[in-house]
Ligand binder design. Structure first.
Ligand SMILES: Nc1ncnc2c1ncn2[C@@H]1O[C@H](COP(=O)(O)OP(=O)(O)OP(=O)(O)O)[C@@H](O)[C@H]1O
Length: 284
């Protein structure tokens, strides 16, 4: 990773961690189906994520990407294999993990200020300090002046800025993102991708970001992990050696970007075809 700056005040710097901050070793996840059978969503997934690394995960629809995040976040236990966060086996929700999903987490009856302060209030921070830090984060995500607005008074992009402030105010050392910009229009999505890179730069946080959008996956990442059709396992792990800081709309036109795109798509194409064929057989 290149061109890291000093962390801005209030953002956690990387913990003194020598090994990977996330380690999946042969992780398998089997769900019970409503028909009383079993369905294996993940099989033998082995993946390390280092402190400060930005890893994106792509794969055919329904292959098990969200399930991978659920194992790391402790929302689902692995059926077999190991899942470690910060060198410790995951049992329950680990400390220092921030989340952002496609749907908004903002409470509709609270203002932007109170929504952003909420994570600190849950952690026992006093009201005045939580609000002061929330004001700071609201400004950092470009929403100064909107503190008293309610979520329904904001655009989709602005609500994503609120979601980023809500997540970053807790200074996570691991950030898990599941298609966070999936519902945005293309221009707003690119804007938010740039904002995310700006806010993440220097934070020291490791990011695991699930997306269906290959351009987004490559533009953001240090590594793109390609998963197979279900049950998901790691098919390819493609390094993205593009310089930082990046601007998404510029980097995607670079010849080196297109080479990486080709590598990722070569790995993904077959899995998408398998997944489509299964879908076609199911409805045939
Ligand atoms: N709690 C659960 N119980 C039973 N099956 C589940 C459960 N959670 C996920 N699955 C199944 O596991 C598979 C993987 O789901 P997952 O949501 O991880 O896929 P995904 O790759 O994130 O999907 P998408 O690309 O559509 O977002 C799916 O077939 C899904 O139906």
């Amino acid at each position: 990773m290149t061109q890291r700056t000093q962390p801005p005040a209030g953002v956690a710097s990387a913990p003194p961690q020598t090994g990977p901050v996330i380690r999946l070793s042969g992780a398998t996840k089997t769900f019970e189906t409503s028909a009383g059978g079993e369905f294996t969503a993940l099989r033998n997934v082995t993946l390390d994520v280092n402190p400060g690394e930005f890893v994106t995960v792509v794969g055919p629809t329904g292959c098990g990407k969200s399930t991978t995040l659920a194992l790391v976040s402790g929302l689902e236990p692995a059926s077999a294999g190991g899942v470690e966060v910060a060198g410790q086996p995951v049992r329950g929700i680990p400390a220092g993990v921030g989340y952002m999903f496609q749907s908004d987490a903002a409470l509709p009856w609270r203002t932007v200020l109170d929504n952003v302060a909420l994570g600190l209030r849950y952690r026992g921070v006093g009201r005045a300090e939580a609000r002061a830090r929330a004001r700071d984060w609201i400004a950092r995500v470009g929403l100064a002046g909107f503190e008293k607005y309610y979520p329904h008074q904001l655009s989709g992009g602005m609500r994503k800025r609120v979601a980023m402030a809500q997540m970053l105010i807790t200074e996570p050392s691991i950030i898990l993102m599941d298609e966070p910009f999936g519902a945005l229009d293309v221009q707003t999505r690119e804007l938010m991708q740039d904002e995310l890179l700006r806010l993440w730069a220097g934070s020291g946080a490791a990011v695991v970001f699930v997306t269906h959008d290959l351009t987004e996956a490559i533009a953001l990442a240090d590594r793109v992990v390609v998963m197979t059709a279900a049950p998901a396992t790691v098919k390819a792990d493609v390094r993205v050696d593009l310089p930082r800081p990046r601007r998404v709309e510029e980097i995607r036109l670079e010849p080196a970007f297109l080479d990486i795109y080709r590598d990722v798509w070569d790995a993904l194409r077959e899995e998408v075809e398998i997944s489509r064929m299964r879908g076609a057989n199911r409805v045939a």
